[in-house]
Design a protein around this ligand. Structure first.
Ligand code: ADP
Ligand code: MG
Ligand code: MG
Length: 881
């Protein structure tokens, strides 16, 4: 098989094979941009390696053949003692995983060739520094030597030489450091640092393959829902040097501001440095504009390349570049990550610039981004003066208790606390802590530091480079101007402004949420205008209707403002709580028909009032009311509480009164598995008059609204049906009551499909149902046979870790399993009754991936919580373009 591809052979559409980095390096090469020559080893080779545990046969022969092409082009050979070609070996999967897998620079330096590099560059200090970096990087990433082992030596040399930074170390210091590093390497690995350049290359390639499965890479992919079996490509390319003096340097750039979407020159530059120095946020960079003064020729060349890339990719690009003695080299580009606000703004801008159409614009934003924009932000008026101001790296408003290490963040978050992870700078080892934290605060690094890039990717609030903070991670504290903040203190960080506040700051709603509420117009603001236009387009395009799950008039009204086209699930159990509990108790304790009738009669007007409010809020739109679903004993006090109360009364020689009767009832109604017990339609068929009362309340409420000139459109939904006979029984009674009340438009009667038996007998059930609504929560519980309330703390973490599922089936619908039940039921339902309306009212109705699936199945609507309605509208639109 062909495993190796020269940069001239690839292109940007080959990301599956060459990874993102390799595909884009190839694209830039083909565009004629200055890319150092090199080649890419395919992801297929990596998959073969991961499957077999060794590199596939013939791989290194292919590598050697392609290496010779690079050598010919440059007139140098790898590790040549007199004038060595040096290589970088870089990982790069299909999806960008910033900082996830490791890069080794300066491959090809040995005890001999380091002298050649010194002579050729005329800069022996640089040669020894490069060799030192190679031994460190190679030791750490290829051979697993702990990075601190090298860093300790480096720090010791700095203090011995009496200097503060590595840059001040002289040639002699570095030469000596190389010897020390080699000893560290040998001590930890039991072998000498490899002196054969090709061996270095092969080992580095294998290490990149193997790094696909490091713990942090696996964790990142799980977070980002990247499949675990893709494998990474390996890019091998000639080194160029940004650390050859003040006419050299390295930087990163964006073609638009990744935080706001505004066009311009955005980036950071670091002179006399290698790329890793910028990304690591170790030294402080200067704004890219400064390069115009430092090296105007390279600066203008860079701007014109950026322009070319934007036009070519028709999107925001980010770029890594290096200048070697006045010559500009492109080391990486990709369609850049951006904040949610920038995603919307840029999509609309590109439409206005005529670069893309509205369909494409819709593809470029996501429901997850919209959700992020609807988060609240800090109430400025209530905020104290900021403790410090850093770089606004990833927006949002986060408050929490300060922790200084990732492990503590995970611990305290697991205990239910909100935490802010504070570090000098972050590295990939901090990832679990970054995931656990509400927000991330660092004292060093810019918008392109590890903390910033990863936080933006995760949609997590981040302020970085707050250099007023003196962070002492070992001491567990930071100080700003004499204020000491220790672990457990509360701070608030604003990822949109970079402000850091002491204490908790109140939050207020986002402008985007207020726009949806109808409180602010979309006109004046670029972001709101973009959201407005994209939502309009999504609404025009989508085929799925979007309804809301709403149990009260207020919820229904809010959902309607957010664009809901009806209520897909109105849960009546919420109407049995609070002060009405006493009535429910009376119903349960009723010993005679009369007592039961009285209790129901008392509930009737209350239920009717609730429905009136909802019908008013949703006037003209369908409202699906679900008859009572949970077991009745859920409305009674818990057994322990009652037992204690009765025991107390008896001990005092008092009559426990009603508590005594309740206790008897609770004992009688106790179920081992209430989820599988007397609930839903079973309750309706067993408790005489219960469903009848609810149907009457619905009918009377609708009649009341109709009499006032409104157009209520109630639908009656029966929960937990497993057999058509159940539905037929409820339906007959309901129709009788609807007739009795009279004066109503046709009221549809339908059922939830949430029991696997219902799904596979949907054809029969459709005979008695005018609509189906998939209750995907219960369908998932019953389909998998596990209870949602119990899995999180028990085996789910392990299952997720083992990849039995990549994401919880309660979050995104399990397509092959539960999704198949949905398909079967929908197809059989439509076959039996072509005008059957089918929707979804489980949590999945607001989940982007699931919405795309429901669109594909051809359902009529999804129903979700009011706040997620805009997200569902957007995703339903995206599913249709
Ligand atoms: P990441 O995926 O973490 O960004 P990269 O593969 O881009 O890792 O490499 C890390 C750094 O190494 C980059 O910032 C880049 O500047 C530097 N680098 C990679 N290849 C070369 C090269 N051929 N010459 C000089 N620097 C390089
Ligand atoms: Mg990079
Ligand atoms: Mg249910």
């Amino acid at each position: 098989a062909k495993y190796v591809f020269d940069f001239v052979e690839g292109g940007k559409d080959l990301k599956d094979l060459l990874g993102g980095k390799g595909a884009n390096l190839a694209e830039m090469t083909r565009l004629g941009l200055p890319v150092p020559p090199g080649f890419t080893i395919s992801t297929e080779a990596c998959r073969a390696y991961l499957a077999a545990g060794t590199v596939p046969a013939g791989l290194f022969d292919q590598v050697n053949a392609h290496l010779r092409l690079v050598e010919d082009r440059l007139g140098k050979t790898l590790g040549d003692p007199a004038d060595p070609l040096l290589l970088s070996v870089r990982s790069g999967g299909k999806f960008s995983m910033p900082g996830m897998m490791d890069t080794v620079l300066d491959i090809g330096l040995t005890d001999v060739s380091v002298h050649g590099l010194a002579a050729q560059s005329g800069d022996p200090r640089f040669a020894w520094d490069s060799y030192r970096r190679l031994i460190g990087m190679f030791g750490k990433t290829v051979c697993g030597v702990p990075g601190e082992a090298f860093e300790r030596e480096l720090a010791a040399h700095r203090s011995h030489a009496g200097v503060a930074t590595d840059a001040e170390l002289g040639e002699a210091d570095l030469h000596h450091l190389v010897e020390v590093y080699k000893k560290v390497f040998a001590d930890h690995t039991g072998r000498d640092f490899p002196q054969a350049p090709h061996e270095q290359l092969y080992l580095a390639i294998e290490a990149v393959f193997a790094s696909w499965n490091t713990e942090r890479a696996v964790l990142y992919r799980r977070q980002e829902r990247i499949p675990q079996d893709l494998g990474t490509a390996v890019n091998v390319m000639a080194m160029v040097f940004g650390n050859l003096g003040s006419d050299s340097g390295t930087g990163v750039a964006f073609t638009r501001d990744p935080a706001t979407g505004v066009r311009g020159v955005y980036g950071d530059y670091l002179s006399n440095a290698q790329g890793e120095d910028v990304v690591a946020g170790i030294r402080n960079t200067v704004p890219l504009q400064r390069l115009e003064r430092i090296d105007p020729r390279s600066y203008h060349q860079l701007l014109s390349i950026m322009d070319k890339l934007e036009h070519h990719y028709r999107d925001l690009c980010d770029i890594e570049f290096t200048i070697e003695r006045g010559t500009l080299w492109m080391l990486q580009t990709r369609v850049g990550k951006r904040t949610p606000a920038a995603a919307f703004t840029i999509a609309a801008q590109l439409v206005d610039e005529g670069v893309i159409d509205m369909d494409e614009a819709l593809r470029r934003v996501s429901g997850a981004q919209l959700a992020h924009l609807m988060f609240p932000s800090f109430d400025r008026a209530a905020a104290p003066a900021p403790l410090a101001v850093g770089v606004p790296a990833s927006p949002g408003a986060a408050s929490g208790r300060v922790v200084f290490d990732a492990g503590r963040a995970v611990q305290r978050a697991a205990a239910g606390e909100k935490v802010i992870l504070v570090r000098r700078e972050t590295n990939p080892d901090d990832l679990p802590g970054m995931i656990a934290a509400q927000g991330i605060l660092t004292s060093r690094g810019g918008k392109t530091s590890h903390a910033a890039v990863v936080a933006r990717g995760m949609g997590k609030t981040c302020v970085c480079g707050a250099d007023a903070l003196a962070v002492d991670t070992d001491g567990g504290q930071f100080t700003v101007d004499g204020t000491v903040v220790v672990e457990g203190d509360v701070v608030s960080i604003d990822g949109a402004t970079g402000e850091v506040f002491l204490g908790e700051v109140p939050v207020h709603p986002s402008p985007v949420a207020r726009y949806f509420e109808g409180e602010v117009p979309s006109g004046q603001d670029g972001l709101l205008d973009a959201v407005h236009r994209l939502m309009l387009h999504a609404d025009r395009t989508r085929r799925l209707e979007v309804r809301a799950n709403a149990d009260t008039g207020a919820d229904a009204a809010r959902a309607r403002r957010f664009g809901a086209e009806g209520v897909g699930l109105c849960r009546t159990e919420h109407m049995f709580l609070g002060a009405r509990r006493a009535l429910v108790e009376r119903l349960i304790l009723a010993e005679t028909d009369q007592e039961r009738q009285d209790a129901l009669a008392a509930l009737l007007p209350l239920q009717r009032g609730d429905f009136v409010e909802i019908f008013e809020a949703m006037d003209g739109l369908p409202v699906t009311v679900r008859l009572l679903d949970p077991p009745l004993h859920e409305f009674l006090p818990p057994l322990e509480e009652l037992t204690a109360r009765v025991a107390r009364a008896e001990a005092l020689g008092q009559d426990p009164g009603r508590d005594g009767a309740l206790l008897v009832a609770v004992r009688r109604m106790h179920e081992q598995n209430p989820m599988l017990g007397l609930r839903g339609v079973r309750l309706g068929l067993v408790v005489p008059g219960l469903f009848a009362m609810q149907v009457r309340a619905i009918a009377e409420a609708a009649a009341d609204c109709t009499a006032r000139g409104l157009s209520p459109r109630p639908e009656i939904m029966v929960p937990l049906v497993a057999a058509v006979q159940e539905l037929e029984a409820v339906r007959a009674e309901a129709e009788r009551i609807l007739d009795e009340v009279g004066g109503l438009p046709h009221v549809r009667i339908g059922t939830m499909i949430e029991v696997p038996r219902a799904a596979v007998t949907a054809g029969e059930i459709a005979g008695a149902a005018e609509f189906f609504s998939f209750g995907t929560n219960d369908l998932t519980q019953l389909g998998w046979g596990f209870s949602r309330d119990d899995v999180e703390g028990t085996f789910f973490p392990r299952y997720l870790g083992m990849g039995i599922f990549g994401v919880s089936p309660f979050e995104s619908i399990d397509e092959p399993g539960v999704g198949r039940l949905v398909r079967i039921a929908a197809d059989e339902g439509w076959a039996a009754r072509p005008d059957l309306k089918i929707g979804v009212c489980g949590e999945h109705g607001g989940d982007p991936d699931s919405i795309h699936f429901f669109h594909t199945v051809g359902l009529d609507y999804v129903s979700c919580s009011p706040f997620r309605v805009p997200i569902a509208r957007l995703e339903a639109g995206r599913a249709a373009v």
